[in-house]
Design a protein around this ligand. Structure first.
Ligand SMILES: Cc1cc2nc3c(=O)[nH]c(=O)nc-3n(C[C@H](O)[C@H](O)[C@H](O)COP(=O)(O)OP(=O)(O)OC[C@H]3O[C@@H](n4cnc5c(N)ncnc54)[C@H](O)[C@@H]3O)c2cc1C
Length: 462
């Protein structure tokens, strides 16, 4: 501890999910007389839900401020010295200090710390091509991005939108734009949308998107974005086609925002994220912690480190860090890779390994796919649901599940997430005591139908 100060100082870099969860939890455990908390955030907002941006843009959420879980004033009322529009420009682990620049005045100064939390999140990938920064081309990473997109949508007369990228953000933004009355084309580098699924399941998403009136273009690399005389976007160009566009949304993924950590010599993994131990302490650094989109996490199924930039993990990381910094004890064991999203009424969910993940880590597996329904077949509004399940060859250990369907499909994946976490076999899953009544599922829930088929395949009886 720095002896020149009577109380310890915690410095947090990044004021969203991971950073402010850590600060809030530390404050819950240690009062202001024991712990001073200084949080730096370069943007205008704190504790906001980027996850809600597609629903705000699409009109399901009426206003931006509904996406803010805790305002700067609320944090300050809890004795957190929050410095907005202040960017940390250098980390000095040896000197236990950070350098920050006030983005309004340009002034720079050093702040010393006893404990540091790095929660700088992720940086969206911007394509390096002509026109990528043209007016009308938008990312959707922050609330400011969402507002800029809404301003463009309100200011353009044309109704043609192109979404570049067909991951979950791309498909959610396709829905948002459809809802706003746009003709939507999604241009995707992969063979099918939602590369977090196997291509056979991605195919179902593709077909459903086309059914919703979205034009899906796969295996297409965007090479440039054309602009008009006014400098605004006019079209998106691939190797062999041109797609007219009045607005373009980029959803081509993110990378950990770890440039400062790298410059400071902190340990990074092969995906560019900070490496931490189970308590979210940066490896080899007693007084530095990190969580959220800027770290790599342990995949409990493959046993390898991965970059999984999801809010669900960022909040848990923040809680763990705040508990440890506040004098308690908590750990983050790792992830099984659960994610859920939707495009209009189509729900898309996955957990665990895809076929290519299992191949990559050298696991032999059996894969089954079943068709079932969301409710008893005779009950009104039963809708089709496809479940794909992977089980390890011979042992029958559950490796992964993907589900595509309509109402009730998405959150069914949580059954599989729990089974994966518990290390269950598909045989054990067949006996799970899941709730049943005709409005909620067939008497054999679709997940159980898939488990039965997978168990039979593992036994060699299929
Ligand atoms: C459109 C969209 C939809 C999403 N939907 C979902 C979903 O449905 N489910 C889900 O689980 N996740 C979803 N996510 C992901 C989720 O939003 C992120 O995983 C989560 O916000 C990560 O939190 P974080 O605190 O690690 O990083 P961030 O939220 O990125 O926050 C990092 C903060 O650090 C600040 N910062 C960075 N560098 C500095 C610096 N040098 N100095 C000062 N401040 C700095 C940034 O301004 C930022 O505010 C979505 C993301 C997007 C963009």
């Amino acid at each position: 501890m720095n002896m020149s100060r009577a109380r310890e100082r915690l410095v947090v870099v990044g004021g969203d999910a991971a950073g402010m969860s850590a600060a809030s939890q530390a404050r819950r455990l240690r009062g202001p007389d024991e712990l001073e908390i200084v949080a730096f955030e370069r943007g205008h907002f704190t504790s906001y839900s980027a996850c809600g941006i597609p629903y705000w843009v699409g009109g399901d959420v009426s206003e931006r401020d509904r996406l803010i879980a805790r305002t700067p004033e609320e944090h300050r009322a809890r004795d957190i010295d929050l410095r907005l529009r202040t960017e940390v420009t250098e980390l000095d682990p040896d000197g236990q200090r950070v350098r920050a620049r006030d983005l309004e005045s340009g002034e720079e100064s050093w702040t010393s710390y006893d404990r540091l939390v790095i929660a700088t999140g992720a940086r969206p990938i911007r394509p390096d091509m002509p026109g990528a920064d043209a007016a009308g081309v938008h990312g959707v990473q922050t609330l400011d991005d969402g507002q800029a997109l809404l301003d463009t949508l309100e200011g353009t007369r044309g109704r043609r939108a192109v979404v570049v990228g067909a991951g979950y953000i791309g498909v959610e933004m396709a829905e948002a734009l459809i809802k706003r009355g746009y003709e939507v084309t999604v241009v995707n580098r992969g063979s099918e949308p939602m590369s977090t699924l196997d291509p056979d399941m991605g195919r179902l998403v593709h077909e459903a998107m086309e059914g919703l009136g979205i034009t899906m273009v796969n295996d297409a690399e965007v090479t440039k974005i054309l602009t008009g005389e006014d400098g605004a976007v006019r079209a998106v160009v691939t190797e062999d086609r041109e797609f007219p566009a009045d607005v373009v949304v980029l959803g081509i993924g993110v990378r950990p925002e770890t440039a400062l950590a790298k410059a400071a010599g902190l340990p990074l993994g092969s995906h560019g994220g900070l490496l931490t131990d189970r308590s979210m302490r940066v490896r080899g650094h007693e007084d530095i912690w990190s969580g959220g989109d800027c770290v790599e996490v342990l995949d409990l199924v493959s046993g390898q480190e991965r970059h999984v930039p999801l809010g669900t993990h960022a909040n848990k990381h923040g809680q763990v860090i705040g508990t440890n910094v506040g004098g308690g004890y908590a750990t983050f064991p790792g992830v099984v890779g659960t994610a859920v999203s939707k495009v209009c009424d189509l729900e898309i969910a996955r957990t665990g390994l895809r076929e290519k993940d299992a191949h990559r880590v050298g696991l032999r597996f059996e894969a089954v796919t079943i068709e079932s329904t969301s409710r008893a077949g005779y009950y009104p509004n039963a809708s089709a649901m496809t479940v794909k399940m992977l089980a390890e060859h011979r042992t029958g250990r559950l490796l992964g599940v993907q589900i595509v369907g309509r109402e009730g499909a998405g959150k069914r994946v949580d059954i599989a997430a729990v089974a994966l976490t518990a290390g269950m076999t598909v045989e054990q899953m067949t006996a799970l005591d899941l709730g049943y009544a005709p409005p909620f599922s067939p008497v054999w829930d679709p997940v159980l139908v898939a488990a039965r088929k997978a168990a039979a395949k593992v036994r060699g009886s299929v």
